[in-house]
Design a protein around this ligand. Structure first.
Ligand code: NAI
Ligand code: MG
Length: 501
């Protein structure tokens, strides 16, 4: 299929800046990159095209701000995060619109819930200041030995575009609560929402504590990951770039948190061939985010006895999903982020259509005419009778393309579920809870949900195993593990007392 999509330019193009050292600024070169609306293919904004020089300025500002910030009492840092949470709450509607426009994610089902969660994330971490506790080690009466939780220093964070504001908040809030300062690079496709969050943070913070840059991965993300003063790298995005980040970290022995891709299994038992499970599965596959989610349950393992009926019902429900303008309250599902991803998703669909033994249950290639052809709109698609070895069943598609695989034997279902280099999320559907728990324990994934397909909630220790990543964020434990280091202090109390004068 020829997909020649030329973006056009909106009547007015908003010019945005980035946050360095408390100021909204242009890039050092003055160059910009354009931001396109996925639902119209219109260029509607520009952001600075940051490079190594901008990274240097931002890291210098964060280093300068670090000593004072790290010495603010943790609960007082938390109080600032709570004020930011209040300000973000007042901004939910505006943020939701920005997110919908720049990501193409539908406002009612995705963008507004994301904006709401962002305020919640700041509120959650704002309450955790006094949990940055250490331990005392019982070495005997003559020794005082204790650990302190200290910040790591300047954190370098890089975020993607699929839930950009939530994923950005998830790095800013715990990093700051723990006393770090931060330089974050926004995704080039969706920088505007997180930049608005940064601006709001700045209203309550001294300069330099939060810096958010815009620019490309190679020109801005690369120098950030290699900067010698960065003491921690936290990355969310593709496994391929995650590997580059880890290599850059290895050169300087810098700790990393990586939240990477997934190809998450969803196992349906015969007793779950019911509406609640089908609705849950639609959520788990994140169809209303065009399945652009690392936790999408994109491999559907259906028991042989319910294979056809489950799919028939699922296809009927998917048919009712309203696709279109992300800013309309009527719409359930918006557009794919950009031409590159859209073309990639279409390539997988074509591959599926060209397989003789594979059955298309619903969907297919996107319409080439009509209102949906104006943007990067893909349609919910299911391929059945696929083998677990096939490209569509192994690679992260990051689009609304679900593969359905048959199973008869439970051990075989678990084996196939685990036969993936990814291990982020998983879903199990059964009324037999013992069975569900057993499956949950046997699946190699960082997060298994039984009988629901919901999103992350602050408090989960969220993250993956295998090539889905390293480290956990989103929780108290995640903050302690990912954004602090322990220092031990040991004092000998047996030294002879000095005479009192
Ligand atoms: P990406 O991994 O290239 O982009 C994520 C972030 O990394 C962006 O901010 C980007 O500018 C930055 N980046 C890219 N190259 C870099 C480099 N050399 N050094 C430092 N930073 C760099 O992801 P992309 O290209 O947008 O999407 C490709 C695929 O990645 C998707 O199809 C999907 O499979 C996966 N992905 C997974 C995500 C997740 O949530 N785990 C999010 C986004 C994409
Ligand atoms: Mg875009």
């Amino acid at each position: 299929m020829a997909l020649a999509h030329e973006p056009t330019t909106a009547a007015t193009v908003q010019k945005h800046q980035m946050l360095i050292d408390g100021q909204m600024v242009d890039s050092a070169t003055g160059e910009t990159i354009t931001i396109e609306s996925p639902s119209t293919r219109e260029i509607f904004a520009t952001v600075p095209r940051g490079n190594g020089e901008d990274v240097n300025r931002a890291v210098a500002a964060a280093s300068k701000a670090l000593p004072a910030w790290s010495k603010v009492a943790p609960r007082d840092r938390g109080k600032i995060l709570l004020k930011i949470a209040d300000a973000l709450e007042a901004e939910i509607e505006n943020l939701a619109k920005i997110i919908a426009q720049e990501t193409g994610n539908a406002i009612r089902t995705q963008a507004r819930p994301e904006a709401t969660l962002v305020a919640d994330v700041f509120r959650y971490f704002g309450g955790l200041g006094s949990e940055l506790k250490g331990e005392t080690i019982p070495l005997g009466e003559n020794v005082l030995s204790y650990t302190r939780r200290e910040p790591l220093g300047v954190v370098g964070a890089i975020i993607p575009w699929n839930a950009p504001v939530m994923l950005g908040a998830l790095k800013i809030a715990p990093a700051l609560c723990a006393g770090n300062t931060l330089v974050m690079k926004a995704a080039e496709d969706a920088p505007l929402g997180i930049m608005r969050v940064a601006e709001i943070c700045q209203q309550f913070l001294p300069a330099g504590i939060v810096n958010v840059l815009t620019g490309t991965g190679a020109e801005c993300g690369g120098p950030l990951s290699e900067h010698p003063e960065i003491r921690k790298l936290s990355f969310t995005g593709s496994t391929a770039v995650g590997k580059l980040i880890m290599k850059a970290a290895a050169d300087r022995i810098v700790p990393v948190s990586l939240e990477l891709g997934g190809k998450s299994p969803s196992i349906v038992y015969p007793d779950a061939n019911e509406d609640w499970a089908i609705d849950g599965m639609i959520n788990a596959m994140r169809f209303t985010r065009q399945s652009q989610s690392c936790t999408a349950g994109s491999r559907l393992f259906l028991h042989d006895s319910i294979f056809d009926s489950f799919l028939e019902e699922l296809a009927a429900k998917l048919d009712a999903i309203k696709i279109g303008d992300p800013l309309s309250e009527e719409i359930d599902m918006g557009a794919i982020i950009n031409n590159k991803q859209f073309t990639k998703v279409c390539g997988y669909v074509e591959d599926g259509l060209n397989q003789d033994d594979t059955q298309l249950i619903c969907g297919g290639l996107p319409p080439e005419s009509g209102p949906l052809s104006k943007g990067y709109f893909a349609v919910p698609t299911i391929f059945a009778n696929t083998s677990n070895d096939w490209r569509l069943a192994r690679e992260e598609i990051f689009g609304p393309v679900l593969v359905a695989i048959r199973w008869k034997d439970e051990d075989e279902a678990i084996r196939m579920a685990n036969d993936s280099h990814y291990g982020l999320a998983a879903y199990v559907w059964t009324r037999d809870i013992a069975r569900g728990i057993n499956a949950a324990h046997n699946i190699e994934a960082g997060w298994v949900q039984v009988n629901q397909g919901l999103g992350q909630v602050p408090g989960h220790s969220y993250g993956g195993v295998k090539q889905s990543g390293i480290g956990r964020e989103f929780s108290l434990e995640g903050m302690l593990d990912s954004f602090t280091q322990r220092k031990n202090v040991t004092i000998n109390l047996a030294t002879p007392p000095a005479p009192l004068t």
